[in-house]
Design a protein around this ligand. Structure first.
Ligand code: NAP
Length: 245
């Protein structure tokens, strides 16, 4: 599949694995990062060594419109117009609801929700013009069922799911598919702060009895980015080991 894909938050974890999966499938990939410049640049350099011109690392805080627009211009200059947008960049935080500050709430929604809004708005116009395009938003099982001590994260991911369904309806007539991947417990740096007991408890609650890996999510994104899913839109695909059914 020779498409141009942008994956936000692709310097590590799920985003990195997704960029690799799309690249292995033949895409040229824009690897967005916020702070991890060397990780993103090294990944792009390695992919370009194997297939020249196939990868581009691009910095942007997805919560800031001017940075998203600068990213769009840079990606179009380096690779061309984006045909597959994967809104993966995200932050998480564990805190008692009664301890949440305005700043905690605002930052969560700025990155996890407004980032999706800004990127969709920036990258949709060429897709609408061409009447083709795929958007995959990374939500979370906590956006489906809610998590104690992650109320703002759950609310933000629930918003991503609702945004996905609404946008799928709005841009469906332009033949653009908008879907969600809603992972369960995946072993990445995002969960590095979890105690071994907490991680074991989550795995214990997972019917398949294992933690997910970034590749499990990347395969789901790949399917929703590929022509095999052309008649699927507004849906949630959930690599979660059966934890949320
Ligand atoms: P991670 O390892 O913490 O990686 C997060 C990525 O997002 C990094 O590449 C980071 O870039 C980027 N990022 C953070 N804030 C950003 C911003 N403002 N602008 C641009 N990039 C930003 O997380 P992960 O586990 O791979 O999670 C990826 C996505 O999956 C997130 O949306 C997360 O909510 C979702 N998810 C994860 C799990 C899980 O169990 N891990 C489960 C469900 C859903 P820098 O390195 O440059 O900061």
């Amino acid at each position: 599949m020779e498409k141009i894909a942008l994956i936000t938050g692709a310097s590590r974890g799920i985003g990195r694995e997704t960029a690799l999966r799309l690249w292995r499938g033949g895409c040229r990939v824009a690897i967005n990062y916020q702070k991890s410049a060397s990780a993103a640049e090294e990944l792009a350099a390695e992919l370009n060594r194997l297939r020249p011109g196939s990868a581009f690392a691009v910095q942007a805080d997805v919560s800031k419109r001017e940075e998203v627009l600068a990213m769009k211009a840079a990606v179009e200059g380096a690779l061309g117009e984006v045909e597959i947008l994967v809104n993966n960049a995200g932050i998480a935080q564990q805190k008692l609801f009664t301890d949440l500050t305005d700043a905690d709430w605002d930052r969560m929604f700025a990155v996890d929700v407004k980032g999706v809004f800004l990127c969709c708005q920036a990258f949709l116009p060429p897709m609408i013009r061409k009447k083709a395009g795929k958007i995959v938003n990374i939500a979370s099982m906590w956006g489906q069922v809610g998590a104690s001590c992650e109320v703002h994260y759950s609310a933000a991911k629930g918003a991503v799911i609702a945004l996905t369904r609404a946008l799928a309806q709005e841009v469906g007539p332009s033949r653009i598919q908008v879907n969600c991947v809603s992972p369960g417990f995946i072993e990445t740096e995002m969960n590095a702060a979890l105690s071994p007991e907490a991680a074991a408890a989550l795995i214990g609650e997972t019917p398949l009895g294992v933690a997910g890996q970034p590749a499990d999510v990347a395969e789901a994104v790949w399917f929703l980015a590929s022509p095999q899913s052309d008649f699927i839109t507004g849906q949630i695909l959930a690599p979660n080991g059966g934890m949320v059914l």
